[in-house]
Write a protein that binds this ligand. Structure first.
Ligand code: SAH
Ligand code: SF4
Ligand code: F3S
Length: 470
């Protein structure tokens, strides 16, 4: 399941997968079915939506054919992500023909991007709700039940859903995501997120600590703090105290040494020494940073408005390794951004050579309507060139991943058991601090999900470490 989860997460990031969710017990008057696309933040939002729907007497079902309400929580990050959703809507058409009372709602970033236009383009959709408007869902559902198509895509400057306790959908009972901020102020020119998610705002620190404490008390052993740019987290509490991301990390880590803390995503311009020292100083803050580089060429980085240079990025990587020599590192890369030359592309490969990422999410540039890049630049790199460059990036990353995983052979890691291995019931699967999946035989030991064990690595693939308990 850890591998499955990992794979689902990877696919999500590429806008390709969905998660069928839990069945709630009987006792609910109505049933909803929800699929989530896109990033972990969308997943996390679906858990807020589930909580709001529970209050309205809707229980979750895994079978959309028996649902009164079908929801798609959508992603707009690349064209393909939107296409996947449109294809999925087609699949629901047949069921709606059979069961005309069933309501279909589109949530998330595609709802926000297309607004009421979505109702014209996709006739079977009844409800369109943007990421900041989920509290209005009950009212919208009532209107839609009365035959009225409804839209709420208002973005907010302060909505963080801080008081809503998420319903953990499809959970392994060990790891959970906790949203700490919403929106993004960065305006990377290729990116649709600032338009679909609105202005950046940080959630009340006390409510974050409360949620994480509650998770720990319910048996969860790992929380991942989520935001588009977690390093710019900043919250001023009632006593006038300013809480930075480094403070917040420490506060969550101090809940218990047995609660692991992860976070995603860091922006290279914002990650501070303070954060790195806080990580280094606490065993239970995982030694893993996802630090998207996007490109290795300073001119392209400028066109992307990433606000750092190649040298700045490399210096950050060096700093991370100085402070935490054992820190895992992964990245995001885009091939074929506007005007990218062959030399610029080689700079991306060489930044990868220099940084030696353990893992990467790699994409070819997909122009998104309304973004700064769409307005200012021409999407001038032919598809076949983007694709060939992407293949070169993937090939290089595969060799680095293989090298990184092979280098772990012989090492001993503390692993948090998440689930039985997908391949064999006789193996446990979990992750080490560096976020690598570790699989090992259960043997006779009396262990369970959520336990920590020490595992010595004997073999490795480019995505899994295989070992034995010591
Ligand atoms: N907030 C995170 C990234 C969120 S989107 C950050 O700033 O790092 C996840 C990844 O999708 C990005 O890092 C980028 O690599 C990719 N991406 C975003 N917009 C894209 C586009 N228009 N075409 C291709 N990839 C894109
Ligand atoms: Fe998009 Fe950039 Fe914000 Fe990340 S930091 S969400 S890439 S605008
Ligand atoms: Fe996609 Fe929106 Fe996340 S565009 S990547 S679901 S913030």
């Amino acid at each position: 399941m850890a591998e499955v989860l990992q794979k689902v997460i990877e696919e999500e990031r590429q806008g390709e997968a969905y998660a069928p969710f839990i069945d709630d017990p009987t006792g609910f008057q109505k049933r909803f079915y929800i699929e989530s696309y896109g990033c972990q933040m969308n997943f996390s939002d679906s858990e807020i939506v589930a909580s709001i729907l529970h209050e309205q007497g809707f229980g979750a079902t895994r079978n959309f054919e028996e649902a009164d309400l079908v929801l798609l929580n959508t992603c707009s990050i690349r064209e393909k992500a939107e296409q996947t959703v449109r294809n999925r809507l087609q699949a629901f058409r047949k069921i709606k023909d059979k069961n005309p009372g069933m309501l279909i709602g589109v949530l998330g970033c595609m709802a926000e991007r297309l607004k009421a236009k979505l109702l014209e383009e996709e006739k079977l959709v009844d409800i369109v709700v943007g990421p900041d408007a989920y509290r209005s869902l009950p009212g919208l559902i009532t209107e839609a039940e009365g035959g009225q198509k409804t839209v709420n895509v208002l973005l907010s400057r302060d909505e963080t859903y801080a008081d809503i306790s998420p319903v953990r959908l499809d959970s392994n009972g060990v790891t959970a995501f906790v949203t700490i901020m919403r929106g993004c102020n960065n305006m990377c020119t290729f990116c649709v997120v600032p338009f679909t998610r609105g202005r950046e705002r940080s959630r009340d620190a006390a409510s974050i600590v409360r949620e994480c404490t509650d998770l720990f008390e319910r048996g969860f052993k790992e929380v991942t703090l989520l935001g588009q740019n977690v390093d710019s987290y900043y919250y001023t509490n009632e006593s006038g105290e300013n809480i930075t991301f480094a403070h917040l990390l420490a506060m969550v880590a101090d809940i218990s040494p047995l609660l692991r803390v992860r976070f995603s995503t860091s922006h290279p311009k914002d990650i501070t020494d303070d954060v790195l020292h806080t990580m280094a100083g606490r065993h239970n803050i995982c030694k893993y940073i996802h630090l998207p580089v996007q490109s290795g060429n300073t001119r392209i980085l400028q066109l992307m408005n990433r606000t750092y240079t190649r040298e700045w990025y490399l210096a950050k990587v060096k700093r991370i390794r100085e402070i935490m020599p054992d820190c895992g590192l992964s990245t995001d890369v885009i091939s074929g951004f506007c005007t990218e030359t062959e030399e610029d592309h080689l700079d991306t490969l060489s930044v990868m050579e220099n940084s030696r990422f353990d893992m990467a999410y790699m994409f070819s540039y997909s122009e998104r309507p309304g973004t700064l890049a769409a307005r200012r630049y021409t999407d001038d790199i032919p598809e076949d060139v983007k694709k060939r460059r992407l293949e070169e990036i993937i090939k290089l990353q595969n060799s680095h991943s293989r090298e990184s995983y092979t280098n772990d052979i012989g090492k001993v890691f503390e692993v948090l058991i998440e689930t039985s291995s997908k391949r064999s019931d006789r193996d446990w699967s979990g992750r080490n601090s560096q976020n690598k999946v570790v699989v090992f035989p259960k043997g006779d030991a009396d262990l369970k999900k959520g336990d920590y064990v020490h595992v010595k690595i004997n073999t490795a693939t480019s995505a899994t470490l295989i070992g034995e308990m010591i």
